[in-house]
Write a protein that binds this ligand. Sequence first.
Ligand SMILES: [Zn+2]
Length: 277
Amino acid sequence: MVSRRILLGALMGVAAPALAFAEGDGPAKPSLLTRKGRRTSSALKHQAGDKAALDQAMAKVKPMEAEPAPAPEAHAASPQEVTPDEALGRLKQGNTIFSRGGANLMLPTLARVAELSKGQKPFAVVIGCADSRTAPELIFDCNLGELFVIRVAGSTVSREGLGSIVYAVEHLGAPLIVVLGHTKCGAVGAAVDVATKHAELHGALHEMVLPIIPAVLEAQEGHPADLQDAAIRRNVRDIAGRLKVADGVLAEKLEEGRLKIVSATYDLTTGVVGFDA
Ligand SMILES: [Zn+2]
């Protein structure tokens, strides 16, 4: 026999478990419901088959997703709830889960969306490449509202990007900045071609690779077997180094131990992020 819960859920066009009523085929189970929910349940017994009445009654039952979210004050009680090392530990743990194939595939609940509409408190800023295979929320097994992400091909930081970073640190209290590159980065590869083969890129593409050229030249000095790979790692280390002195707010937080800036490289093949700290 099909559960009434499933039938009613199907009639309403919503997933049955999302509905807050406790009626099954067997003996009455302990109700998780409000009084209103029980009244609705009782009424339904007398109106089975009458879909209009059913719909009307069901409209009074609140989906569990719509439960009130916690007060935003509770979410943002302290400006510094997570230390830089704790934030780094979370990212490392999240990537370990992802690279072992155990990433959380659950989409954010509506309750979480509602909660986040009242404010955000990301625990890390990630400066990443725009490459579609390197989405930070996925590779660090994070949810909405946890990462403040700036992404440009080549993981470079423009003046506007720096402003975004400072905003996240100063106003949102993010205690960690990660500059994330990745293996086989096409933008760095293009910069290598420009620097070593005098390749020419037009317009905005040229401007995109220009900030990466110094890292290519530095990497070249070490005569690496794989210049592109060496330049990728050099590039993120250089950017992290420059960020440490790029803005007074960041410098002050670093000095106070309330901020950490680290570089890292994501391996497209293994899914593992190698941190330089
Ligand atoms: Zn890339």
